[in-house]
Design a protein around this ligand. Structure first.
Ligand code: UN1
Length: 497
């Protein structure tokens, strides 16, 4: 099965069958690949290659660079099913979501193709006669990309598609849990490069299937002006300062602890469906997963009742065969979930669900029933992110109180309110509302489209990726002042003669 997918995706057998590091599918624990883990030594050479590729690529006009991304999007369209299946095999999300991730890649490529003709600068009024001022944007250099297991392809594409049209080369260190997806994306991009022709330099994109040391080498190297890293807050706390210490730039996409405020006027049918998708979808392993439900006290009993019913009926199992909840990524993830639930019990919370499922059928895989935890208040346990399907439920009486609870966590990625009261809705997205990078009304906190800037505040890291004006992060801003007169007036009226 994997062999035929990899063959159609164009990944050579040697790359994923002959190494000493076993890649296991979370679906059943079976080994689906053997890759070689590269050490730090190789990184030096890869960065030198990436620099060379950058020198050539930045000379290709931006709309031509966009043509390469268009060809890549065509590969993705042609291989959506195969890549979607591979995502499911390797990270365990259900096939619908695997396909959704590939669609997200196609969408960002389409955006980047259009962007390649719109790398606009500004013209600025100069205070001096006979002078022009403007702002122009130039390619930045080799871009280092570090991605996480739970979205093994889309966040790479958000960065890669824009970075390529902006004239940069790419160095990608994927999660050690999902190297096959990275090899597949690389193979598809190489096919697009072949179709594009000689203008695309060798090593324009390279993958580093490496260990922690390899990642550190990439992060520390001043030849890599930008590191874009997705992962835990713990990882970001290491990467951010290391990149800053060498005056590099970083885009950090770290933990989330996303909430929904459920107000009395809300359409409850819609809200329950939104909670289900955002709290149990991807088995609770999205950075945008709904982790906290802040429900008006008058609604709590009814909502919890409805949720328990929906949770009981949800299908848990093989993500390739129509279940809505697939496995957790591994045993450690299962244990962290159990720890959190145990702590909740000790704190007098009411815990529903959270048990291991299908253990006899899949002794080497970790399926769980998603859990609902009624918490008396928001405490340290609720404030920390457990990357598993646990939904903490807390109550409020006044909107101000609900917004305060929403904001009183270290993370600031996504948030939402369900209400039909326009005053409440607009307050939530106003200056005194949610403090998150994403604040939605009447939709859940997950499943963002690529058109907006994606990312969050506080311990989420402050980075933004994908749409809006994010392309600017992959370019170097230059201010130009051009004197077309025969005089040499100084700014600020200074006389120097
Ligand atoms: C992630 O979990 O790292 O908004 C990214 C969403 C997706 C991206 C999630 N578009 O849920």
């Amino acid at each position: 099965m994997i062999d035929s997918i990899m063959k159609r995706l164009g990944v050579s057998h040697d790359l994923y069958r002959n190494g000493s590091y076993a890649v296991r599918s979370p679906i059943d624990g079976s080994v689906i690949g053997q890759v070689s883990l590269e050490g730090a030594e190789i990184v030096d050479e890869r960065i030198a290659n990436a620099q060379q590729a950058f020198e050539a690529w930045k000379e290709v006009p931006a709309p031509r660079r966009g043509e390469l991304v268009r060809l890549f999007a065509q590969q993705l369209r042609d291989h959506k099913e195969d890549l979607g299946q591979l995502v499911t095999w390797e990270c365990g999300k259900i096939l619908q979501e695997g396909l959704g991730e590939v669609q997200e890649m196609i969408d960002i490529c389409d955006l980047a193709v259009g962007q390649s003709r719109q790398l606009f600068g500004l013209t600025i009024a100069s205070e001096r006669p006979g002078h022009h001022m403007r702002e122009s944007w130039h390619p930045l250099g080799p871009i280092g990309l570090i991605t996480a297991f739970n979205f093994p392809v889309a966040p790479w594409a958000w960065n890669a598609a824009l970075a390529l049209v902006c004239g940069n080369s790419l160095l990608w260190k994927p999660s050690e849990k999902t190297p096959l997806c990275a090899l597949a994306c690389q193979a598809l991009l190489e096919r697009a490069m072949e179709k594009f022709g000689d203008e695309a330099p060798a090593n324009l994109s390279q993958v580093i299937i490496g260990d922690r040391d390899a990642g550190e080498r990439l992060v520390d190297d001043p030849r890599v002006p930008l590191i874009s890293a997705t992962g835990s807050t713990r990882m970001g706390k290491e990467v951010g300062p290391r990149v800053a210490a060498r005056f590099g730039r970083s885009i950090l996409e770290l933990g989330g602890n996303n909430a929904m405020i459920l107000a009395p006027s809300a359409d409850l049918d819609m809200a329950v469906r939104a909670i289900l998708f955002s709290a149990v979808g991807t088995a609770g392993q999205r950075c945008t997963t709904l982790r906290r439900l802040i429900v008006h006290a008058s609604l709590k009993d009814e909502v919890v009742e409805r949720l328990k019913k929906a949770y009981t009926n949800i299908s848990i199992g093989d993500p390739l065969s129509g279940a809505l909840v697939g496995p957790l990524i591994d045993k450690q993830s299962f244990e962290l979930m159990q720890d959190a639930l145990e702590k909740a019990r000790q704190q007098d919370a009411k815990v529903f669900g959270g048990e291991r499922q299908l253990a006899e059928q899949y002794p080497e895989a970790y399926y769980v029933s998603p859990s609902i935890v009624e918490m008396p208040q928001q405490n340290e346990l609720v404030r920390s992110e457990t990357f598993a399907p646990i939904l903490y439920v807390m109550t409020y009486n006044e909107l101000d109180e609900a917004i305060a609870i929403n904001n009183d966590v270290p993370q600031g990625l996504s948030s939402c309110i369900f209400t039909t009261d326009v005053r409440e809705a607009e307050t939530f997205v106003s200056d005194v509302g949610s403090d998150c990078g994403i604040a939605n009304v009447n939709i859940g906190p997950s499943g963002a489209e690529i058109g907006g800037a994606f990312g969050g505040e506080k311990e989420t890291g402050g980075g933004r990726e994908s749409g809006s004006d994010v392309w600017k992060s992959y370019m170097r801003r230059q201010t130009n002042t051009v004197n077309y007169s025969r005089e040499l007036p100084l700014a600020q009226g200074i006389k120097f003669d």
